[in-house]
Design a protein around this ligand. Structure first.
Ligand code: FAD
Ligand code: NA7
Length: 543
């Protein structure tokens, strides 16, 4: 091994927030030789790909950013409460430049395979362009939501207009004045609908499941608020690390049913007026995502707003959500109001499914032809493991990761898998359920410390044990049982992809609990990991 060292100490895959931070930590702090790769033509990950009209964060901007750059932390990104795609992109570019990362990021380079050599504990990584590279460690920051999902609808490829997915929105596409159709009404689809309803000539919304949507309260940040944030940002961030979802507020400890119906309505109304989906679900009461009665109270409040806002009773009926309010919560500027516009039409696919897509547009079962210039799919992502399964990843003994995950994706701590030594996932399956940036920083900091410990101890080969992975996955499953998020199909549990094994792909005990667990694991000498020299581990980590 010493005679033939790998070209890199570490390869980072992905140049979104996870990859950028991993490159910074490993190269600038540990002094390792690192190169990052991304198949995209620019840095930013999510924020480079998702350029559809209306794209913005739905976490509040003050906490949707890196916290490690203390110099800039007191300055809001952009001008509004939520960060527009272009502002987020510019912010990430500025971070990359400030920390001199660009020279070690290779863009337009997809990684299509990697295999681990047990004798040397080195990964050989191959690019789609035919290049091969070697590295001791691989940090895969592929993105939990980076593999877009296109449903297989009859005639889909016959459409003669522009057909796009929001996650690969082409830079040249303008929809102003055009006849636009959109399939999908999740966080993305609803953002698009709010924006497109104001510029498209006509917008037809093909809705399968009606959504619970609350206002986001988006508005320009005032000079006073800027000054206040400058003074208080550290306090806000101190609270992030010890909170449940890391979204910049203190979650409620009060069960919804412990107060009167009148008081519940007052609290919901206050949250509605303030805006923000996470606040509505978690700052109001402690148990909306757990207790069916609390959940129904929140759901019914939102339904009452649909009745109030939407003028046409038939449209209001179709927009009325039913069932648990237990998907990733959605908020927007004026979602329900959009349907009061003359240029917006709603088709309920539950009542009137798409029969086929034709060269001119969409034909529904009632025989109506919806002629379109642009057909937009906001149909989401094959989340978490989708990107991994597309790659040929072979670990110890040549085992393929997709086979390792054949009964459902899992990991130890959302970070590592048994039989895949020295590969560390950022936001892999089984990761913390949180506002992502603090979750990403938590994981990357921890991975960096683990790698440092291994290198300093001259035990560079790091592998999660089979037992640790199994136990973590069942812990995630057990906690999920108490959450209504596991009861409704969505990308959170794999239920959005036909045929995908359903499992809540998150550790839903929260960010504070997750950070505590990571601290305990590290404090116990990286319990659940075996560190050793290549082929000389004191203990073989699989049975
Ligand atoms: P990404 O930003 O997805 O970056 C992963 C990168 O890996 C991509 O650039 C991709 O091209 C690259 N990649 C993948 N596979 C390969 C390969 N094989 N070879 C080379 N490169 C590869 N989260 C929140 O917490 N709050 C929000 O408000 C929020 N808003 C969002 C809005 C949208 C429209 C979307 C899609 C997601 C949003 N998210 C939000 C989730 C968001 O994905 C994360 O917050 C965060 O940006 C993820 O960063 P990442 O680096 O882990 O992944
Ligand atoms: P989501 O939340 O998975 O939403 C996808 C939407 O697409 C949802 O409304 C789906 O309807 C709809 N969909 C999916 N397949 C079909 C078919 N076959 N026919 C009709 N409609 C369909 O993805 P988003 O991109 O909105 O959000 C994901 C995350 O990314 C989110 O956290 C944001 O932060 C950004 P369904 O509800 O399943 O009936």
């Amino acid at each position: 091994m010493a005679d033939n060292p790998p070209e890199f100490d570490a390869i980072v895959i992905g140049a979104g927030m996870g990859g950028i931070y991993a490159l910074h930590k490993l190269r600038n702090e540990l002094g390792l030789r690192v190169r990052a790769f991304d198949r995209a033509g620019g840095i930013g990950g999510t924020w480079w790909w998702n350029r559809y009209p209306g794209a913005k964060s739905d976490s509040e901007g003050l906490v949707y950013r890196f916290s490690f750059d203390k110099e800039t932390l007191g300055e809001p990104i952009g001008n509004n409460r939520y960060i527009d795609q272009a502002d987020m992109q510019a912010y990430l570019e500025s971070v990359v430049d400030k920390f001199d990362l660009r020279k070690d990021i290779q863009l337009d380079t997809g990684i299509d395979g990697m295999s681990f050599d047990e004798a040397t504990a080195v990964w050989t990584v191959s690019t789609a362009e035919g290049e091969t590279l070697t590295a001791r460690y691989v940090v895969s920051a592929l993105g939990p939501l980076s593999m877009e999902y296109y449903p297989d609808i009859k005639g889909r490829d016959s459409f003669q207009g522009r057909m796009v997915h929001t996650a690969t929105w082409p830079a040249d596409l303008r929809i102003d004045g055009k006849r636009v159709g959109i399939v999908g009404t999740g966080s993305t689809g609803t953002q698009f609908i709010c924006a497109a309803s104001k510029t498209a000539g006509h917008l037809t919304v093909f809705q399968r499941t009606a959504q619970y949507c609350v206002p986001n309260g988006n508005r320009p940040i005032s000079a006073e608020e800027r000054a206040e944030y400058r003074a208080n940002h550290q306090k806000i961030w101190d609270g992030v690390w010890i909170s449940y979802v890391g979204a910049g507020f203190q979650e409620s400890q009060v069960p919804a049913m412990s107060v009167s119906a009148e008081e519940r309505r007052r609290i919901f109304q206050k949250a509605w007026d303030k805006g923000n989906a996470f606040r509505f679900m978690l700052e109001t009461f402690s148990d909306i995502a757990r207790d069916p009665a609390a959940n129904e109270a929140a759901a019914e409040f939102i339904r009452s707003k649909v009745r109030e806002i939407v003028k046409d009773p038939e449209t209001a009926r179709k927009l009325m959500p039913t069932g648990y309010y237990a998907r990733r919560p959605i908020s927007n500027e004026d979602y329900y109001e959009s349907f009061n516009r003359d240029n917006v039409a709603l088709v309920s696919l539950k009542e009137n499914p798409i029969r086929e897509i034709t060269p001119n547009g969409v034909v529904t079962e009632d025989g109506a032809e919806h002629d379109l210039d642009v057909l937009v799919f906001a149909t989401g992502f094959d989340a978490f493991d989708g990107t991994y399964k597309k790659m040929e990843i072979r670990g110890r003994g040549g085992v393929a990761l997709r086979d390792h995950w054949k009964d459902g994706a899992g990991s130890y701590l959302g970070i590592a898998c048994n039989r895949f030594p020295n590969m560390f996932m950022v936001f892999g399956p089984g990761t913390v359920f949180s506002n992502l940036p603090p979750g990403i920083e938590t994981q990357v900091d921890w991975i960096t410390s683990l790698i440092k410990t291994a290198i300093d101890g001259d035990k560079p080969c790091i592998e999660a044990t089979e037992d640790a992975e199994r136990t973590w996955t069942s812990t995630c499953d057990e906690i999920a049982e108490h959450s209504l998020f596991s009861k409704v199909d969505s990308f959170i549990n794999g239920g959005n992809i036909p045929g995908k094994k359903k499992r809540l792909l998150f550790y839903v005990a929260g960010l504070a609990a997750y950070r505590q667990k990571l601290g305990e694991v590290a404090g116990a000498g990286y319990d659940g990991f075996v560190l050793g020299a290549p082929m000389q581990r004191e203990e073989q980590p699989t049975a």
